[in-house]
Design a protein around this ligand. Structure first.
Ligand code: UDP
Ligand code: MG
Length: 310
């Protein structure tokens, strides 16, 4: 069975048609599925629509948040509720076409763990498309996987891959990265993208900056999450060595009678470098302490197992 998870925030005009389209695809391809709507604190009639649809169709399930918690939280709640071995996520706004579901499933059958939609021809305003291009290119360069489109709402997963990543904040943009970094096989296929007809987009240009900041977080978490001191300590030591070299140089000058040294700019640089280095190293130790507690609590599994023999 597959689970289709649909984060929904003020999409009352869209959910009805969406379920009709999904239903047609499922019937046509004989796919057994459940559809989970996660109402992310809608203030319009979305939840009532979901209740009505669920009353007529027992494949439809729903979760409703007390207020708006964001798409990452909505996806998390849907994943927790899902009973299928394969999970599909799609937006509620009809921009994703349910006709792509069989194509996504075919890729999973080929052995991939994560199949991301690629909005090859996008129907969004340029001020969303441009930043998004840069963002996607950046991700490919910084941590991979090298996909064209990381932030497509339409994606398909083996449930086990999705269960290993924790989505919070706005990390839903990085599911491809987070799963890839855990060793899952991630790929993409071009999918149809349609213009939004009803309702409004919930994300503006602001998300570009947030996305870049999150990219730093994700890069750090996936690269140094288990060994923060390697990042802090490395930069700290370099600064410290420069500072120390400056100080030794000044000491030699002093001892050989080249005085005064108190007004030399290099004195200032060296002191700052020493302090900066020491500061970074101690932040690194704190981060290590935190990591060590986290690891011994055993809540985070930092490795990922694909097969086992008992
Ligand atoms: N969404 C959500 N919570 C939010 C914002 C958006 O569940 O806080 C849902 C929204 O209803 C839609 C999907 O996430 O189904 C994508 O949102 P939107 O279409 O506004 O994003 P865009 O396509 O403009 O990037
Ligand atoms: Mg949309």
């Amino acid at each position: 069975m597959i689970s289709i998870i649909i984060p929904t925030y003020n999409e009352e005009e869209n959910v009805g048609q969406l379920i009709a389209e999904i239903d047609a695809v499922l019937a046509n391809d004989n796919i057994e599925a459940e559809v989970i709507f996660v109402d992310d604190g809608s203030t319009d009639g979305s939840w009532q629509k979901i209740i009505d649809m669920a009353a007529n169709d027992d494949r439809i399930r729903g979760v409703r948040f007390r207020r708006n918690f964001g798409k990452a939280a909505a996806l998390s709640a849907g994943i927790a509720k899902a009973r299928g071995d394969i999970i599909i996520t799609m937006d509620a706004d009809l921009q994703d076409n349910p006709k792509e579901i069989p194509h996504l499933l075919a890729k999973i059958d080929e052995g991939y763990d994560v199949v991301s939609g690629w909005k090859k021809i996008r129907h969004d305003p340029w001020h969303k498309v441009m930043p998004s291009r840069i963002f996607n290119w950046f991700i490919g360069k910084i941590c991979g996987p090298p996909l064209h489109d990381h932030n497509c709402g339409l994606k398909c997963y083996k449930a086990e891959a999705l269960r290993e990543v924790t989505l919070y904040g706005e990390l839903h943009r990085f599911i491809t990265v987070l799963t890839y970094m855990r060793g899952f096989r991630v790929t993409e296929i071009p999918v149809e993208h349609r213009p939004r007809i009803h309702g409004t987009s919930k994300y503006g240009v602001k998300r570009f900056l947030k996305g870049l900041l999150d990219l730093i977080t994700v890069r750090f978490l996936t690269g140094y999450g288990q060994r923060p001191q390697h990042a802090f300590g490395a930069v700290g030591s370099i600064a410290f060595v420069f500072g120390l070299a400056g100080m030794i140089y000044l000491a030699v000058l002093w001892l050989t009678g080249v005085r005064p040294i108190g007004t030399r700019p290099i004195l200032m640089y060296s002191v700052v470098a020493l302090l900066f280095g020491a500061q970074l190293a101690s932040v690194g130790i704190l981060a290590e302490l935190f990591t060590s507690y986290n690891m011994s609590a055993g809540t985070a599994r930092f490795y990922s197992i694909s097969d086992e023999i008992d």
